[in-house]
Design a protein around this ligand. Structure first.
Ligand code: NAD
Ligand code: UD1
Length: 336
């Protein structure tokens, strides 16, 4: 059986997707440099699936390694999660982001083409839309990212669109994720940020275990019903399922670009309330000034994903909070 190369498969979204791929009988190889993940996740994936995982520790920018990986295995697809994702860091160190996310992707695509592997799923992001005025993003919403991280995602999307024009044999899915949260129901794998978390859910779970003192709510003066920012949070298990649906859909449709979100926005206060309900733990918080670069509100129009992939998110915010909490409570120090 031909295999799937999963770059960044030891990371948060990659690990959940790998579990679903293995459970559905797919054969996979993970390539990850562990720059934002731990080897411990591989053993957990093996425990959860009862299958051995082929793991290669290495960098997508290491051409010799990537070439050897394509030579030593017969792949029919690549799922490309590997990338850096911290918006603030991308503004401070733009070259690090262009090198890792863009140059790294180019090396991967060149070696993929060399090996005649024609099918790719790429992790794009809602950040490619920037600040378009409307708050409900369809795939037709203009693309105009407002930070370096978002520009790296748009550049890779553009490269892939051009590559497909030049090589019509390619089959490419660009999946634009909204805000992934939650964890595997077992509590064995989940999001494991190194250092202080940037995002709302991992920060809140760390407050709940006492690793952070209190949550800073970034602004309650937005033009939203309770004044806090509204986002489209999506359970990582739903997101992972979107990748399996995209693999299937690529059999019929060679070019796919879809939003993966729920279409239902929730505020910071909604999330605090849902988390307290799911965990039984009170979250101390303080309202502070807005975070630079934050938008008031945005969410996905998920209609096209439903039509093209036959996929829609199933899990609501109570389940997102319960699963995030189980993971954090059972693993206060992540995988270490
Ligand atoms: P993550 O950091 O947990 O996973 C990314 C993985 O890629 C990590 O295991 C990291 O070690 C690896 N990696 C990074 N650079 C690499 C390189 N040069 N070579 C090999 N491995 C490398 O992040 P995630 O949340 O799982 O995100 C996966 C993908 O989805 C990323 O491309 C990210 O930009 C994109 N995305 C994430 C979100 C989100 O909120 N989590 C939203 C939209 C898009
Ligand atoms: C952030 C990134 C975005 C990326 C996404 C991935 C920025 C500006 N944007 O989006 O590019 O795709 O993560 O999930 O970094 N909040 C608090 N307190 C906190 C953390 C967050 O109040 O400690 C609020 C934010 O102001 C926002 C909401 O919670 O309203 C969600 O924030 P976050 O989880 O960081 O995601 P985004 O800002 O949507």
């Amino acid at each position: 059986m031909k295999k799937i190369l999963v770059t960044g498969g030891a990371g948060y979204i990659g690990s959940h997707t790998v579990v679903q791929l293995l459970n559905s009988g797919k054969d996979i190889v993970i390539l990850d440099n562990l720059s934002n993940s731990s080897l411990g996740v591989i053993k957990r994936i093996e425990d959860l699936t009862g299958k051995a995982v082929e793991f290669i520790e290495g960098d997508i920018r290491d051409r010799a390694l990537v070439r050897a990986t394509f030579e030593q295995h017969t792949f029919d697809s690549v799922i490309h999660f590997a990338g850096l994702k911290a918006v603030g860091e991308s503004e401070a160190f733009p070259l690090r982001y262009f090198d890792n996310n863009v140059s790294g992707s180019i090396v991967l695509f060149e070696e993929m083409m060399r090996a005649n592997v024609n099918q790719l799923i790429f992790s794009s992001s809602a950040t490619v839309y920037g600040n378009p005025g409307s708050v409900c993003y369809t795939e037709e919403t203009p693309l105009s990212p407002i930070n370096v991280y978002g520009r790296t995602k748009l550049m890779v999307e553009d490269i892939l669109r051009d590559l497909q024009k030049a090589n019509p044999a390619l089959r490419i899915a660009l999946l634009r994720y909204f805000n992934p949260v939650g964890a595997h129901e077992s509590g064995r794998i989940g999001e494991n940020p190194f250092g202080k978390p940037n995002n709302l859910m991992p920060f809140m779970t760390q407050v709940a275990i006492g690793a952070q003192e209190k949550l800073m709510v970034y602004g309650n003066d937005y033009p939203t019903p309770d004044g806090t920012g509204l986002r489209d949070y999506i359970h990582v298990e739903d997101l992972a399922a979107g990748h399996l649906a995209a693999l299937k859909a690529l059999e019929q449709n060679a070019s796919i670009t879809v939003n993966l979100g729920t279409g239902k926005p929730y505020s910071v206060f909604d999330m605090i309330k849902a988390f307290e309900g799911a965990s039984g733990v009170k979250i101390p918080y303080e309202v502070v000034t807005r975070r630079a670069g934050d938008l008031s509100e945005y969410y996905a129009d998920p209609t096209l994903a439903k039509k093209v992939l036959g996929w829609e998110a199933q899990l609501g915010i109570d389940r997102m909070c319960a699963d995030s909490w189980r993971w954090q409570k059972n693993n206060p120090k992540g995988y270490s």
